[in-house]
Design a protein around this ligand. Structure first.
Ligand SMILES: [Zn+2]
Length: 277
């Protein structure tokens, strides 16, 4: 039996039906980064980040198309010289005969997107989006209720168990004994949603890449006017959760072979704990 093959143009049509580019944030740059419409695709490999290592893995496996969550060329570049890692990745892809596509915020906002995966793993009920998009049911982030209340500490442990292992696990801000019923979350870097009314009204906000000032200011404000405890998680880990769902959808939409990278592309590789006093 010969391996099914489709032109990239046809695969792109299927991808756009799953994660319409029209749903992307204005600043975003999803879509085709490397490749031509008539390129033949039989094998697709999914990853969070197109890094030197993850692209090498895809090429070794014979992938014709890489679908990455993060756009490689989000910000302007003036060179694709191979002394730059982005140039090297582009050159490796072209030499290796593989196309690269990014499904980013357009994949965050769909009902089966990155935040929805995390919300489903936690079993959140009565889910809604934090921000409503143009299409009903589409939007950034998720708000919902835990199937049974638990302490902030228990929730942080539970979240850590769902996520792939990374050097830095979940860190929380708030009383570990606080009872959590309502959860808001955004799988990507969600500090821009910290003051959103749906986030402020929830018992905890789970997101990634929280920095000192946004986190500190949100906690201080919570002391005065109420606001959520925080759980900060690995950006990579949170978005990796989406890949299996995306693979299942892409497999059924294209009939092609679709695999998921299990390489850890979290930039942090170890954490130290102070020993003794
Ligand atoms: Zn991301």
């Amino acid at each position: 039996m010969s391996t099914p093959t489709k032109p990239l143009s046809e695969v792109l049509g299927a991808i756009d039906a799953l994660w319409p580019v029209s749903g992307a944030e204005e600043w975003d740059a999803p879509g085709l980064i490397v490749g031509s419409a008539d390129h033949a695709v039989s094998s697709i490999h999914l990853m969070v980040d197109a890094t030197l290592e993850s692209v090498a893995e895809a090429l070794e496996q014979g992938a014709d198309l890489i679908v990455a969550h993060h756009p490689l060329l989000l910000r302007g570049v003036t060179s694709v010289a191979e002394s730059t890692y982005k140039g090297r990745v582009v050159a490796d892809l072209i030499r290796g005969g593989a196309a690269l596509y990014a499904a980013h915020t357009n994949a965050d906002v769909v009902p089966t997107g990155t935040s929805a995966q995390l919300a489903d793993l936690l079993g959140l009920v009565e889910q809604s989006t934090i921000t409503e998009g143009g299409t009903p049911g589409h939007g950034l982030g998720r708000v919902g209720t835990l199937p049974a209340p638990m302490s902030l500490y228990e929730l942080a442990v539970t979240v850590g168990e769902f996520l792939p292992q990374t050097a830095v696990g979940p860190v929380a801000a708030g009383d570990p004994e606080a009872i959590i019923t309502t959860v808001s979350l955004c799988a990507g870097a969600g500090d821009s949603l910290l003051s959103h009314p749906s986030v402020v009204a929830s018992d905890v906000y789970i997101t990634s890449d929280l920095r000192h000032h946004p986190a500190s200011e949100a906690r201080e404000q919570a002391l005065l006017g109420g606001g959520p405890a925080l759980i900060n998680i690995s950006h990579f880990a949170a978005e990796w959760l989406w890949l299996e769902q995306a693979a299942t959808e892409l497999r059924s939409a294209t009939g092609l072979s679709v695999s998921v990278s299990d390489l850890n592309t979290d930039p942090w590789t170890f954490q130290v704990h102070r020993v003794g006093g």
